[in-house]
Design a protein around this ligand. Structure first.
Ligand code: ATP
Ligand code: MG
Length: 657
């Protein structure tokens, strides 16, 4: 913990310091990836608190994901500024709504609906519209899309046509089911996740006394990733602020990747117009990535078009030189996944930590191939944004056991007072059949073990941070984390979609599937959609601190027709004289492009073909839940999850849940 407020400012450059010390009035930071925006606002809050200028409880920091919120709280604690609220728009709204519901509406807040698809089925039945299982999921997806884009049933048909959506049924029918669904929720006194923001806005708008109470609580607002704020979130922010302007926002228009949900960088770019007299700070020093990675990122931006691109800021790396980005062309997707797994194995063997490596892809559907390849190679991995950790049955069960032990532990000999906290936790978990050594293979048994191991790891971290903490303290911490869905980090290679990788960084990044049809994705058709795909690639590239691998496969499956070509976004960015057709003619590294081979009798690189071990579990591509039902496995979605939504929307909905 820094010993003074001024010490908090050490380790910031002059522009970041300007941000950190401008504690009153509107502040806007426009800056590219890795320039220390998140660091600047975290230190700003800590500085304000340590200097006695900000009351911790009067600050609301809004981050994009629950995980980012958890990380910010952790950093603030380490900077000596505990007690600041760091939340997503959604979780902040949920808390306020719960608190004010009795006063605003009466009674307690309705339950959040858990079997939404069933509710949609009932709504369809009420309209006498027969939907098969697939249609049901798709209609559910359309309802969710409508709500996050603030489209009411009567506007659905027009809005869907305008957005170029493929509607599962006649738009009029979808709208009818949507309207009936809204009625049914009211009748059954339940609300859905999208309602949380909508209702909070409605309460703050209509009830001035409640709005005043919220405003009395929060005096200072900080928003990270502001380029992806949606009109609905902006409305909420405006309501929180009232006529005050203690608002600090940071963002990078070149990283706008959620515009399909209505998010827009316009609020960021027009900040000065909305807040005359705002302090606007630009940061260009990139502290994250090597000059090689930054060069590629700048090259990508140089080709970008549109408003975000007109406001781009060239990055200047502050780091020593590192390796050149590696481009690899593979014959097919399994070969690509195996190639990545092989390189990861080499990195691990050379001492790189698994937690410093990420594999990033465009669609969640790609993850299975990589899970399989990593499982085959015996490499531990974690799926980001997958099933909510605290909702896993084994974690719930462990939570119940720990709670019981915390309550009655005083009289129980299964818990000696002299034993340290992690040992107590191990003792309770062994009562749940948990062993200290991992079970062989991958699959569900291993996954359950990993969950419980993560709980023990969490207990260790907690005990180290708070010496003398009791089991009851730990249970309180678990409850707090469960509320915030702040899962402990698992030691392993991260598998993540580009959308969920926002704001994060790793030493080594494998960006896979950088092929036409994947990046840009086939359904990106308009110029705006293509530009968003380019920004997504920019987000991916700028996650890497030093090692960056970009790869693509010419065909989907071994022996398949080689129908793909590398992403157009790489045109002119690959090194070497013959970059365009490189790699295809021969092996080696012609034109800066390496060549991978498909698995098979004579084509395997690096020794014998890996033996198939256990299959990686099939997962729902929406919520990440492990699937067992054959029908669900075929669709790669569980029954409760909607289909046909943009992958990024999946991420956002998933984070809310
Ligand atoms: P993104 O746009 O991807 O969210 P960002 O602008 O928020 O990036 P940060 O995540 O805050 O960037 O910082 C990127 C990395 O650079 C982090 O590892 C951070 O600790 C480091 N960093 C930032 N500022 C400095 C600095 N002044 N000195 C040293 N390291 C820094
Ligand atoms: Mg950031």
């Amino acid at each position: 913990v820094p010993d003074s407020a001024d010490a908090v400012l050490e380790g910031l450059d002059p522009e970041q310091r300007e941000v950190a010390t401008a504690l009153h009035g509107p502040v806007c930071v426009l800056a590219g990836a890795g320039t220390g925006k998140t660091r600047a606002i975290t230190h700003r809050i800590a500085y304000g608190v340590r200097a006695g200028i900000l009351q911790p409880s009067s600050v609301l920091a809004v981050t994009f994901t629950n995980r980012a919120a958890g990380e910010m709280r952790g950093r603030l604690r380490r900077l000596g500024a505990a007690g600041v609220q760091a939340r997503t728009f959604h979780s902040a709204a949920l808390r306020q709504l719960q608190y004010f519901w009795p006063k605003a509406v009466g009674g307690s807040m309705p339950r959040l609906v858990d079997r939404k698809v069933q509710l949609v089925a009932d709504a369809a039945a009420a309209c006498r519209i027969r939907l098969d299982r697939g249609e049901l999921r798709d209609v559910t997806g359309e309802i969710e899309w409508s709500k996050v884009t603030q489209t009411v049933p009567s506007d659905y048909a027009l809005a869907a046509a305008k957005a170029g959506r493929e509607t599962p049924r006649d738009p009029a029918e979808v709208a009818q089911v949507y309207a009936a669904y809204e009625d049914l929720k009211r009748d059954r006194a339940v609300i859905d996740f999208e309602d949380v923001l909508l209702l909070t806005v409605a309460v703050l708008q209509d009830r001035h006394d409640i709005a005043d109470q919220v405003r009395a609580q929060y005096q200072h607002f900080v928003v990270d990733e502001y380029q992806d704020v949606s009109p609905l979130q902006q409305r909420l922010l405006d309501l929180w602020l009232g006529d005050r302007d203690n608002l600090c926002v940071v963002g990078d228009a070149s990283q706008t990747i959620y515009s399909f949900t209505g998010a827009t960088p316009d609020y960021l770019l027009d900040f000065r117009a909305r807040h005359p007299g705002a302090t606007v700070v630009k940061l260009v020093r990139d502290y994250r990535s090597t000059p090689q990675v930054v060069h590629l990122a700048n090259g990508l931006l140089a080709q970008a078009r549109g408003r975000a691109a007109d406001n781009r800021l060239e990055l200047v790396s502050q780091r020593p030189a590192g390796p050149e980005p590696v481009f690899t062309e593979y014959t097919d997707e399994p070969a690509e996944a195996e190639g990545a797994a092989r390189r990861i194995r080499e990195l691990l063997d050379s001492g790189v930590q698994a937690s410093e490596i990420a594999v990033l892809f465009r669609t969640n559907a790609q993850s299975e191939t990589y899970e399989q390849a990593l499982a085959d190679a015996g490499i531990p991995y974690q799926l980001r944004g997958a099933e909510r950790f605290f909702d896993r049955p084994e974690v719930r069960k462990a939570g119940i056991a720990l709670r019981g032990a915390a309550r009655f532990g005083g009289n129980d000999s299964l818990l000696d007072e002299a034993v340290d906290l992690p040992s107590q936790v191990r003792a309770v978990l062994s009562g749940e059949g948990w062993t200290t050594t991992p079970p062989a293979g991958s699959g569900a048994v291993r996954e359950r073990w990993e969950s419980l191991a993560a709980l023990v790891g969490l207990a260790q971290d907690f005990a180290a941070a708070q010496p003398g903490a009791t089991l009851a303290d730990l249970v309180a911490e678990l409850d707090e984390r469960a509320n915030a869905q702040h899962a402990p980090t698992v030691q392993g290679v991260t598998l993540a979609s580009l959308h969920s990788a926002k704001g994060l960084e790793w030493d080594v990044v494998f960006l896979v599937g950088v092929a036409e049809g994947m990046m840009p994705i086939t359904y990106a058709k308009t110029d705006d959609q293509i530009e968003e795909e380019r920004r997504l690639l920019y987000v991916g590239v700028t996650r890497a601190r030093s090692h960056l691998h970009l790869s693509w496969a010419l065909a989907r499956s071994p022996g398949g027709r080689p129908s793909r070509r590398p992403s157009r976004f790489l045109d002119g960015l690959r090194r070497g004289p013959s970059a365009g057709a490189a790699g295809r003619a021969g092996g080696g590294a012609a034109g800066g492009v390496e060549r991978g081979y498909s698995r098979g009798a004579n084509g395997t690189v690096g020794g014998a073909a890996p033996r198939r071990t256990q299959r990686a579990p099939a997962r729902c591509r929406v919520c990440g839940r492990t699937l067992t039902d054959a029908g669900e496995m075929k669709l790669m979605r569980c029954e409760d999850c909607p289909s046909d939504m943009d992958e990024g929307l999946y991420e956002r909905l998933r984070d809310w849940r």
